[in-house]
Design a protein around this ligand. Structure first.
Ligand code: 4AD
Ligand code: MG
Length: 476
C-alpha cells in the first residue's frame, strides 16, 4: 500500500503506475481532486482525465467520498505542490451525499465540530491534533523506556480513593432501583459484584508505588476518572494520566525528572510532527488575531514550544508564591476573583496563570505546599505544616503536573490517615510498603490532555481527546 505521506516524500522517484485510496477534500473544475488519506496533513492533488472519465463518476467525486485512484506521479504544473497524480482511473469506493455531509470545505466552529466528533477528525485541524496526540504518547513511552522505566498497568476498578477527594464514579452491578440493604438500612455492598464498594480509579499512583518499590522506576499511562462537576476548558471526567514513580528519588530528583521529561517529549514531537504543528501554528496565529491586543500571546505556538524546550522552569516555594501574589497589584486592585489574603489558601487557576504568564513568564514549579490542601500521601516537612509537593504550572494551561515525595514513615502516614478520617482498612497494603523495606520515593502525574493542549495551541480540552466525557455529555 502506498500512502500520500510516502508519495510526497519520494516524489518523482516513484515510477510506474501507483494506486492510492483516500477521501476527497475538494473537487474543483471537474478536474482537480484534493485527496487526503490521513497519513499527513498534506493533500495530494489528483488531476482527473475528465474526457476519459464517465460523467457518472465525475458527479460522484464529492467532498467526503472515499475513492481509489490509479495514475502516474508527475511534476506539478500548478502552485502549492511539487508533484501531483495524473490519474488514469478513479473508482468510487463510498459516496458522500453533499447535501448531507456536515464537513464542508470551509471553516466550521469548534462547537459545531464537537457535535460531529465522529467526523471532525477529517478536518485539517483535528487530523493534525490527533496525529500530534499519537506522537506525544509514543514520545512518552519512548522517554521512559529509554531511561530504564517499566510500564505498569494499574487497575481501573479500585476500592481506594487515592486523592481523597471523593470525586469518584461508582462501579456496581446492584439494582439501582432496589439495592439490597443491610441491617442499618444502608446499601449492602457485600452483595455487590466485588463484595465491596468499588469505583473507577482517580489515579494509578498507589498501586504504582508498590511496583516502584520492587522494580525501581515505573510509569503508568492510562485512563483516569474524576466525577468532579467542573465544566471548565481544562477538566474532563475521563482523561489520560502518565504517572511515573521512582524509588530512592527525593523531591528535587522528581522535579529534575519531570522537567527533563516534558522538554524531551515536546522536542521529539516538534521534530517528528513538524508539518502538523506548522499547520496548528498558523491556526493559532489566526485565532490570536481575533483577540483584543492586550490578550494576544507574544509568541507563536512554535515559539512557545521552543521556549519551554530551551529554558529552565522557575522553581518557587508555595510561601514565596503567596508573597508574590499577596503583594501584586492585581491582588491589591482586587482583580482576582479569589483574593489572596493569607498563607494556607489553595491556589486557583487565575493565580497559577498570573504567576506563570504575568510574573515569571515561564513554566513554574511550585513546591512545599501547606499539608492541609494536599493529598494524604505527601511527605511532611520538618516544619510540620508543609509537604514535599510540587505542581508544574504552564502558560495558558495552569497546572499540568502534580506530584510529590511520598511519606515513607509508617507512623507518620498512619497518623495522617487517621487524622483525615480515611479508612485504614482499605489502605493496609499501601501501609505495608512502609513496613517492609521502606525508602524515600517520589512520583508525579502528568495530565495527558493538558500536554496535548499545550503542544497544539488549542484552548479547550474537549478538542484534544477523541470523544470528551464531561458533565451532561457522553455522546459517541
Ligand atoms: O494533581 P493530580 O490530582 O495528582 C494525582 O492524581 C497524583 N496521584 C499524581 C501522582 O503524584 N502520581 O492530577 C495530576 C494531573 C494534574 O496536574 C492535571 O494535569 C491532570 O492530572 N488532571 C486532569 N486533567 C484533565 N481533567 C481533569 N479532571 C484532571 N484532573 C487532573
Ligand atoms: Mg493537582
Amino acid at each position: 500500500m502506498l500512502y500520500i505521506k510516502q508519495l510526497l516524500q519520494e516524489g518523482k522517484t516513484i515510477e510506474g503506475e501507483v494506486t492510492l485510496q483516500g477521501w476527497v477534500r475538494t473537487f474543483r473544475s471537474n478536474r482537480f481532486i484534493a485527496l487526503n488519506d490521513g497519513s499527513t496533513i498534506h493533500n495530494l492533488q489528483v488531476v482527473v482525465d475528465f474526457e476519459n472519465t464517465p460523467e457518472e463518476t465525475l458527479k460522484r467525486i464529492t467532498t467526503g467520498a472515499a475513492i481509489e485512484v490509479k495514475g502516474q506521479v508527475v511534476e506539478s504544473q500548478g502552485k502549492g505542490q511539487n508533484v501531483e497524480l495524473q490519474a488514469s482511473e478513479v473508482i468510487i469506493l463510498g459516496d458522500s451525499n453533499p447535501e448531507e455531509y456536515p464537513i464542508q470545505p470551509k471553516k466550521h466552529s469548534l462547537e459545531f465540530l464537537r457535535e460531529n466528533a465522529h467526523l471532525r477528525v477529517r478536518t485539517n485541524a483535528f487530523g493534525a491534533i490527533m496525529r500530534v496526540r499519537s506522537t506525544l504518547a509514543y514520545a512518552i513511552h519512548k522517554y521512559f523506556q529509554d531511561n530504564g522505566f517499566f510500564y505498569v498497568n494499574t487497575p481501573i476498578i479500585t476500592g481506594s480513593d487515592a486523592e481523597g477527594a471523593g470525586e469518584m464514579f461508582r462501579v456496581t452491578t446492584l439494582d439501582a432501583k432496589k439495592p439490597p440493604l443491610n441491617e442499618n438500612g444502608e446499601v449492602d455492598y457485600k452483595k455487590d459484584f466485588f463484595g465491596r464498594e468499588t469505583n473507577l480509579t482517580v489515579s494509578g499512583q498507589l498501586e504504582g508505588e508498590t511496583f516502584a518499590m520492587a522494580l525501581g522506576k515505573i510509569y503508568t499511562f492510562g485512563p483516569t476518572f474524576r466525577a468532579e462537576n467542573s465544566n471548565t476548558s481544562r477538566h474532563l471526567a475521563e482523561f489520560w494520566m502518565i504517572e511515573p514513580e521512582m524509588a530512592f528519588f527525593d523531591l528535587i530528583d522528581n522535579m529534575n525528572l519531570a522537567e527533563d521529561f516534558i522538554k524531551s517529549v515536546l522536542k521529539y514531537t516538534l521534530e517528528v510532527r513538524r508539518d502538523d504543528i506548522e499547520f496548528l501554528n498558523a491556526r493559532f496565529l489566526e485565532e490570536e488575531k481575533s483577540k483584543p491586543q492586550q490578550e494576544r500571546s507574544s509568541m507563536s505556538l512554535i515559539e512557545k514550544l521552543e521556549f519551554v524546550i530551551h529554558n529552565d522552569f522557575k522553581r518557587v516555594s508555595y510561601t514565596e508564591a503567596i508573597d508574590i501574589l499577596k503583594n501584586c497589584n492585581h491582588n491589591k486592585k482586587k482583580k482576582f476573583q479569589y483574593l489572596i489574603d493569607e498563607w494556607g489558601v489553595d491556589l486557583q487557576s487565575e493565580h497559577e496563570r498570573y504567576l506563570v504568564e504575568k510574573h515569571f513568564g515561564c513554566p513554574v514549579i511550585l513546591y512545599d505546599y501547606p499539608a492541609k490542601i494536599k493529598a494524604f500521601y505527601m511527605r511532611l516537612n520538618d516544619d510540620g505544616k508543609t509537604v514535599r509537593a510540587m505542581d508544574i504550572l504552564f502558560p495558558g494551561i495552569g497546572e499540568i503536573v502534580g506530584g510529590s515525595q511520598r511519606e515513607e514513615r509508617y507512623e507518620v502516614l498512619k497518623q495522617k490517615i487517621a487524622d483525615l478520617g480515611m479508612d485504614e482498612q482499605t489502605l493496609w497494603w499501601y501501609l505495608d510498603l512502609r513496613k517492609f523495606g521502606t525508602a524515600t520515593h517520589s512520583g508525579f502525574g502528568l495530565g495527558f490532555e493538558r500536554l496535548v493542549l499545550f503542544a497544539t495551541g488549542m484552548t479547550n480540552i474537549r478538542d484534544v481527546i477523541p470523544y470528551p466525557r464531561t458533565p451532561q455529555s457522553a455522546e459517541f
